[in-house]
Structures are given as structure tokens and as C-alpha cells.
Design a protein around this ligand. Sequence first.
Ligand code: NDP
Length: 416
Amino acid sequence: MGKALIIGCGGVASVAIHKCCQNSDIFEEICIASRTKSKCDELKAKLDGGKTKITTARVDANNLGELITLIEEVKPDIVMNLALPYQDLTIMDACLATKTNYLDTANYEPEDTAKFEYKWQWEYRERFEKAGITALLGSGFDPGVTGVFSAFALKHHFDEIEYVDILDCNAGDHGYPFATNFNPEINIREVSANGRYWENGEWIETKPMEIKRVYDFPEIGEKDMYLLYHEELESLVQNIPGLKRIRFFMTFGQSYLTHLKCLENVGMTSIEPIEFDGKQIIPLQFLKAVLPDPASLGPRTKGKTNIGCIFKGKKDGQDKTYYIYNVCDHEECYREVGSQAVSYTTGVPAMIGAAMILTEKWNRPGVYNIEEFDPDPFMEALNKWGLPWNEDFNPVLVDSETVKLIEPEKDGKYEN
Ligand code: NDP
């Protein structure tokens, strides 16, 4: 049915590529292109022999000319950008130049400042519309499935959604004192930034990790979770009419936070370049180089993830609550595709999003966040392709009296 050019060959891309090969009726042909071609060739060697035809290429996705040449050579129906957020705009430019559909899993980030904003990509709306091509932004889990869950809740369960809490729990244990489950640079930027949530028409900023709760996650149990800003909040605020508040919480273990605090205190998480041995280096990029490669965590990680949304609103004039979530087992993911659940929960929706476009279920020219499309075919595909969802119509709410607050740390410092 179609051909995809997949850019990047890291943790997320590897899962998406496995899944495209499983879904060979839709993905007849894929080209895997990344900065390090040997990684693409290794994956191709593992997956060759199935129905999906695989080719590989080397590309620097920061280089517009190289991208255009590659797209013109491969002639894909869609470019799946599974590299890093820094490459989003060059890849979108190349898609415009070649009139090719586009998909990503993370908003564009300038290299020098962590922003988590869609504004740069939203500026492409008119140009994509005029070119007659679709850009699907944020087709991972969060952003991604959380937006699809929101559209599904609005379509089938509510007349009006007033409150949304997105809860992202990773109860995986990889046995290292400190490692990040996906690209460390992106992960640490996200966690060390100020928290922010939206209430009654305005953004409210918190200090990093200031708002904390202990939530009893289905199939996992009690975990400490912290309010963070997360990019899907920006688009969901615009796409859920009548919304009063939306927040995002993520779980972190004490060991992770203690290490992070220490790294922060010594300046290792900074993205300001420093001079070292006559060279300019960015401390966070250096830190990435010494931390375990997220891809290497797969075989070591045990436990589950649980990511979902709790909605509160009105249906037929009555108050209603609704919790929808997916539980994913790290070891099962590893057995299936050789990656842990964090890459799996992102790579599967990336494949599904591309399938929505290739099958023309979701092909509206322009630039869209995922909740702007009909959620039903995507929800069906989640059950089919390894991320089944569960519903609870009487969930414990984050602010309920039974949910414990975590004691504030002494003097603003984490204890060890
Ligand atoms: P990895 O670091 O594992 O992989 C990134 C890949 O991109 C590597 O193969 C890397 O190549 C390649 N790459 C980097 N720069 C370039 C370049 N200039 N040109 C070509 N290729 C390049 O990251 P992940 O797989 O963990 O994450 C991929 C994306 O998914 C990120 O944008 C991340 O933010 C997003 N994500 C989204 C989530 C969601 O739920 N929405 C959750 C988790 C991640 P090389 O091998 O040479 O380094």
C-alpha cells in the first residue's frame, strides 16, 4: 500500500521499524536513514526476509539538501521523523520541497534553549495545506496516545471535559543507579525545567518537582509522581473546548531524583556551552556520552509502565469521571522487539500514525496535532498492535483525600 522513509535508528525508531515490518500490508517498503548507517544496516539484517522490503541510507537530517536528495531518490509516501526534536524543521522543510507527508513524536526544540513549544511547527500550517500534504505532530505516547485518549473521551464519553490529569508512570527497574529511558538530553531537559499547568485560562508555573503525589497505579501500585510541563498540554488546551484545568504528572524514584539533583548542582545538566581543553562542549551532551545508551537498557529492565488520562466533566448534565490507560510490560516488549517499554510505547503509535496517513484515514492537508483527527481507527489499532487500553469509570482522582502528598524535602534539597 505504501512506502515510508524512517529517519533515525535509535530506541523509538527500532520499535517503529519492527512494527512496520509486522504490518507489511500497509508498509510494503521502508527506507531506514540515519546519521550512523551501520545501525540501519544491522537492523535491516535482523528484519530482512519478511514481506516489507527494507533499504537503508545515511543522512544528516540537519542538512536540507541531503534530505531533499534522499526523499527524491526514495520517493516515500510519508517521512517518519524518529530522530531528535532538533531536526523537526529541516525535515518539515524537506517534506514541503518534495510534497511528502510528515510525522514526528516530539515538538521542535532549538538546540540552545529548552522550550517545549509548538509555535515553530504550527507556523507551517498554511504551507502544508497549500502543498496538499499532511503533517501529523506528536504521534508517540505522550504526546500521542494521550491526545487520542482525549479525543476519544470527548467523542464517546463527555459533552464537556473540564479537568484532565495525564499520569505517566514508569515502574521499570534497569538495575543501574542512574540512567534515562530515552534520549538523556531530551529527558533531562524535560525534568529539570520548571513545572507548569493550565487552569482557568492561564498557565501556572511551579518550581521543578514542586507538586508531588503518591498515586496507586493499576497493575503497579503506589508510586511518587511529580507535576511537570509536557508539550501536549499546549495543544490540548486549544483542542478541548470548555477545559478548566489540565496537568501532567510523571513518576520518578528517589534514586533518580537524588542523582539528578547532584548532576544539576555540579553543572552537568547545563545546555550552556563551556570551554574544556580548548574545545567548546555542552555539559549535558557530555553527560549523555557517559550514561548508559537507552537502547542497552532493554535486556535489563523489569516491571511495567502505566500511562493514561483521568477526565472529569459532564455527560447529559451529570458529573462524570473516566480513566483510560495502557499498561505495558518491559520484559514482554523486549521479547517481542528487543526494546523496553518506553521505546515500545512511543514506536508503536508512530507506526500507527503513519498507517493512518497511508490508508488515508487521516489525510487532511495541513499541520495537525493528533487529537484533531478521528480517534476511533487509532484506538482500534492500539488494541491490535500491542498497546491495549483499559477503562475505569470510578477512578481515584489525583486530588482525592486518599491520595498522599509527598513531604517537601528539607531546605529545598533532596535527601539521600
Ligand atoms: P535515540 O537517541 O535513541 O535515537 C535518535 C536517533 O536519531 C539516532 O539513531 C540518531 O543517530 C539519529 N539522529 C540524531 N541526529 C541525527 C541527524 N542530524 N541526522 C540523522 N539522524 C540523526 O532517541 P529515541 O529513539 O529515544 O527518541 C527519538 C525521538 O522520540 C526523540 O525526538 C524523542 O524526543 C521522542 N520521544 C517521544 C516520546 C513520546 O511519547 N512522544 C517518548 C520518547 C521519545 P545516531 O545513531 O548517529 O546517534
